[in-house]
Write a protein that binds this ligand. Structure first.
Ligand code: PEP
Ligand code: MG
Length: 410
């Protein structure tokens, strides 16, 4: 593959904030990738940019394209035309690229650069991105959708200054296909809007409400029972956002819990509302609190205790969480770490230890749908990519398209 140009520029995400887009020009076509942005950003994520967005844009625009082309040439020495790269080769290329860059880019910029390069390479190999990264024939996909229907916490304004304390109320349908599951999520979203009489959406397109956490869980169970579909229910508490000096401060209704009380309360919610998925129930440093909760939950419930801010898509933090038996599922947000090599490592380590994997969007999204291909190629168990809005639909539609392509081949 010959890269003619690499061009980085500023684009806007779904919240109107600035983010980075990278364009790779080859004789075949132009390949774009862009990065989303988080708002409830974990303390242990890498910075989205090294110094600033402008710094990273300039750095990418000043990259020596010949040097990058040489990385490919060396690897492809004996197969200049019509080559077919193996998965190991692809990741060796990324490794060489990352050594060339020497940590001079932030997470958003590195993710956009690597994604655009992979899209170009996949095309050069006449493959879809997911096929290219998987390396073998994929027969079917078993990814379940996690859809954020109702919002609170940092992502929401609420109504008359009142909102749920937890950040995301999630429907996780369990029908056979991605297409059916996406339809179920559309329906439960509409039903939620009706029951809540919601008129506004928050900054990641979940419904705004002044109902509190427990009222919402009651409503979600009501919807599930009435609709009679196979649906699980979950929450992202994003609890670091309301934690300070050993206490969790609730506003709706006002109360405060220490770590032990928070664990007992979450455990009670799991049982009372039959919850299947609990993300960041404790603050991002509390590996032992997570493990106390998981131990309680394991005794009686089938519930995922999920690390997001706790693990920050960082292999070292994931290994610590595994050692401490803190979680049985992990969120994977590529731009929390930037490097797709590390993303792959996080997923491999998780799988090795029976930890479920959830590839996730960010609250401020773009139309880029690379995470859909990554979820398929890395055989993620779940994808969390919202329900409503063009940026979220772009990932869901890509998954439905992949599902259709795979069906045709069987
Ligand atoms: C999350 O916390 O899971 C999330 C999607 O939010 P953000 O992208 O703001 O970190
Ligand atoms: Mg989260």
């Amino acid at each position: 593959m010959i890269i003619k140009k690499i061009i980085a520029k500023e684009v806007k995400n779904s919240r109107g904030e600035k983010t980075i887009q990278v364009l790779i020009k080859t004789p075949k076509a132009n390949f774009f990738a862009s990065s989303p942005s988080g708002k409830s950003i974990g303390k242990y994520e890498v910075n989205p940019y090294n110094k600033s967005l402008i710094h990273d844009i300039n750095f990418i625009n000043n990259l020596n394209v010949n040097k990058i082309n040489n990385l490919f040439k060396t690897k492809l020495k004996n197969k200049p035309n019509n080559f077919s790269l193996k998965v190991e080769d692809i990741f060796t290329l990324l490794k060489n690229l990352e050594s060339l860059i020497k940590n001079k880019l932030g997470g958003n910029s590195l993710f956009a650069l690597e994604s655009s390069l992979l899209k170009a390479l996949a095309k050069e190999n006449n493959k879809q991105l997911f096929e290219f990264l998987y390396g073998k024939k994929i027969k079917n996909i078993k990814i379940r959708l996690i859809g954020n229907a109702i919002g609170g916490g940092l992502h929401s304004k609420g109504i008359n200054n009142q909102k749920p304390d937890y950040q995301e109320f999630l429907f996780i349908p369990k029908e056979k296909t991605i297409k059916e599951n996406a339809e179920v999520n559309d329906t439960v979203y509409k039903l939620s809007r009706k029951v809540l009489k919601a008129r506004k959406r928050n900054d990641e397109n979940a419904l705004e409400t002044n109902f509190n956490n427990e009222q919402i869980l009651e409503i979600m169970n009501g919807i599930k029972n009435k609709y009679k579909k196979n649906i699980d229910i979950g929450i992202d508490l994003a609890s670091s956002s309301f934690y300070k000096n050993g206490k969790y401060y609730y506003k709706n209704p006002t109360t405060k819990f220490n770590s032990k009380e928070q664990i007992n309360y979450v455990n009670k919610l799991i049982k009372k509302y039959n919850l299947f998925y609990i993300e960041d129930p404790l603050n991002e440093n509390d590996f032992s609190g997570f493990s106390k909760l998981l131990k309680q939950v394991r005794k009686t419930d089938n519930c995922l205790i999920v690390g997001d801010d706790l693990t920050a898509t960082n292999p070292k933090r994931l290994k610590k969480a595994i050692k401490n038996k803190s979680i049985n599922a992990v969120i994977v947000k590529p731009n929390q770490i930037g490097s797709l090599l590390k993303v792959k490592e996080v997923i491999e380590v998780a799988k090795k230890h029976n930890i479920k994997t959830i590839i996730s969007h960010r609250s401020g999204e773009t139309f880029d749908n690379t995470i859909a291909d990554l979820a398929v190629a890395f055989e993620a168990d779940f994808i969390k990519t919202g329900i409503y809005g063009k940026e979220r639909k772009s990932k869901l539609n890509r998954l439905i398209e992949i599902e259709k392509m795979l069906k045709k081949k069987i």
